[in-house]
Design a protein. Sequence first.
Length: 94
Amino acid sequence: MRVDERSLTDQVSSSASRAAESQRIQVDTSKSSGASGASGADHVDLSGLAGRISQAMQSAANQAAQRVSQLQKDYRAGRYQPDVPQLSHVLAGS
């Protein structure tokens, strides 16, 4: 089994980037109010829920990266011993 660290790093940074971006989204149409002269601006602010979801996604990605890193270290050191019954259930689709 070979673990590609670059692929994992790219996936984690991509997830973190998307999560951070979701917190920054704000639509401001005040500059495009046109000839109507309306001084009010429309904007959308994402709720705190989006921030919590983003943090949870980032935390899950970090935990997965740490787990893969630990498995890689164990494998290289000859300490990796997979749980055969668990793997057989996963491979069988149970």
